[in-house]
Design a protein. Structure first.
Length: 456
């Protein structure tokens, strides 16, 4: 039994600002679920709330600056008497700790990543003691239970985190330093969470982790993602299962067969490749070669009908020459990825890549990113245009405000918030339905459709 719960008649109000990736979002939803047990009420805006949780991202400099700016804004609201208190959580809280408190004296409580389960203690201390500042230390192992969340995603969509941490040692990445070693959730726990989400009305599960293809290796010595997917495919109520963050290793024939089977697992693979030049791949410590990458892509496209591949590339990694960038650009043009994100290399303190010679100037990194995106744009537009006149299933996400019978949805090839959308017109539609639609036109990265079948 919890000790010293907040009195029911107090009913403190809490607002949430969560930054960064979906993994961070799951942590935020779990914390909100725990606070709900103590009677806390979630409100939409920080202004007027008893306290706010700022769930930070500390992955790269741009993300840290966004976190700093958000904290700065919350401190301003508190100083003006328009916000009660501030609890800072997430990756930046784990990474900077005391330094973050020194930079922002207005922070009341700091909760590290693995101290997530102690969020109620932080809220109780804030509620009872006002300005008593404390740091909740990280747990010795990551939390592996994400059930009983208070979700802030649409009711029919949920992220399902299957692992924590990462054992890869990519030279540009700080994730292992922040989130620790790779630890897989027990398969029964993942299935139990999926069953709970299905009971809440979730139809699309989006599987996430730092390295989802490595799921189970720490427990059994071999990848177990295919076995997990087979179990999740039997969960009643779930219609779509989307795979994110697949490292280009441990992609087994069993996994490829499941994705290509035409069942609940969508023919959509998020496969961050980062680069293709062998010399740079070695400097990045990616553990794969260009030839291995090409064989993997050929295997996936040869066995999975209608596959949409999302990948990300890094430009301006230390030592990247004009010739190596052109090799990457030619590779992207040849592969015709359906979805592509491009990041400028970020020099992160404490990473091996930060100490490498031949750092690429900002202007060159920026120009290379623009050129790679320019090369990808007509590919993405042409792929969208190829759907005109065809029929696809669309998951309805939300109505278009002030427009009757108009909705925003997504196809099997569209992950929330990062890919395009499908604008649908039709009568009797509502969020959470899957409806057959005829594509009537394309608008750059988006599609426009008319519902032509019965929603389900």
């Amino acid at each position: 039994m919890d000790r010293n719960p907040v009195p029911e008649n107090s009913s403190p109000t809490c607002s949430l600002v969560t930054l960064g990736c979906p993994k961070n979002l799951v942590d935020a939803e779990r914390m909100l679920g725990l606070l709900r047990r103590d009677g806390c009420r979630l409100v939409a805006e920080p202004e007027g709330a008893d306290f706010v949780i700022v769930n930070t991202c500390g992955f790269i400099e741009q993300a840290r600056n966004e976190s700093f700016e958000t904290i700065r804004e919350m401190v301003r609201l508190k100083e003006e008497g328009r916000l009660g208190g501030i609890i800072v959580t997430g990756c930046l809280a784990e990474r900077d700790r005391e330094a973050l408190l020194e930079r922002f004296p207005g922070i009341d409580q700091l909760v590290g990543l693995y101290g997530r389960e102690e969020i109620r203690t932080a809220a109780r201390r804030l509620h009872a003691n006002g300005r008593a500042r404390t740091i909740l230390p990280p747990k010795s192992s990551p939390p592996l239970v994400d059930r009983d969340r208070l979700r802030v995603t649409p009711a029919h969509v949920a992220y399902l985190k299957i692992s924590e941490g990462c054992d890869r040692r990519c030279t540009f990445c700080t994730i292992p330093q922040i989130r620790g070693r790779h630890v897989s959730k027990p398969i029964d726990e993942v299935v139990a969470e999926a069953e709970q989400l299905a009971a809440e009305g979730v139809r699309e599960l989006i599987l996430i982790g730092q390295d989802t293809t490595c799921y189970g290796v720490d427990r059994t010595g071999s990848p177990q993602l295919a076995g997990l997917l087979a179990r999740l495919g039997d969960v009643d109520g779930i219609d779509w299962i989307r795979l994110m963050y697949l490292y280009p290793m441990h992609v087994t024939d069993e996994l490829v067969g499941l994705v290509g089977s035409g069942g609940k697992i969508l023919p959509y693979l998020d496969l961050p490749l980062q680069h293709v030049n062998d010399s740079l791949l070695r400097r990045m410590n990616r553990g794969v070669t260009r030839a291995e990458t090409e064989r993997l892509l050929d295997r996936l496209r040869g066995r999975i009908e209608g596959l949409a591949v999302r990948t990300t590339m890094i430009v301006g990694f230390p030592g990247e020459t004009d010739e190596q960038f052109e090799e990457l650009r030619d590779f992207v043009v040849a592969q015709r990825f359906e979805r592509l994100g491009v990041f400028e290399y970020s020099r992160e303190p404490g990473t091996p890549a930060a100490r490498l010679p031949d750092q690429v100037p900002d202007a060159i990194r920026r120009r290379r990113r623009e050129r790679l995106l320019s090369a990808q744009q007509p590919i993405a537009f042409a792929w969208n245009a190829s759907w005109v006149g065809r029929t696809m299933d669309v998951l309805i996400d939300r109505p278009v405000p002030s427009e009757g019978n108009a909705f925003v949805g997504r196809s099997r090839s569209d992950a929330p918030d990062i890919d395009g959308v499908v604008y649908v017109t039709g009568e009797g539609l509502s969020p959470g339905q899957i409806v057959p639609c005829e594509i009537v036109t394309s608008r750059q990265y988006d599609l426009v459709a008319v519902a032509v079948g019965k929603p389900r």
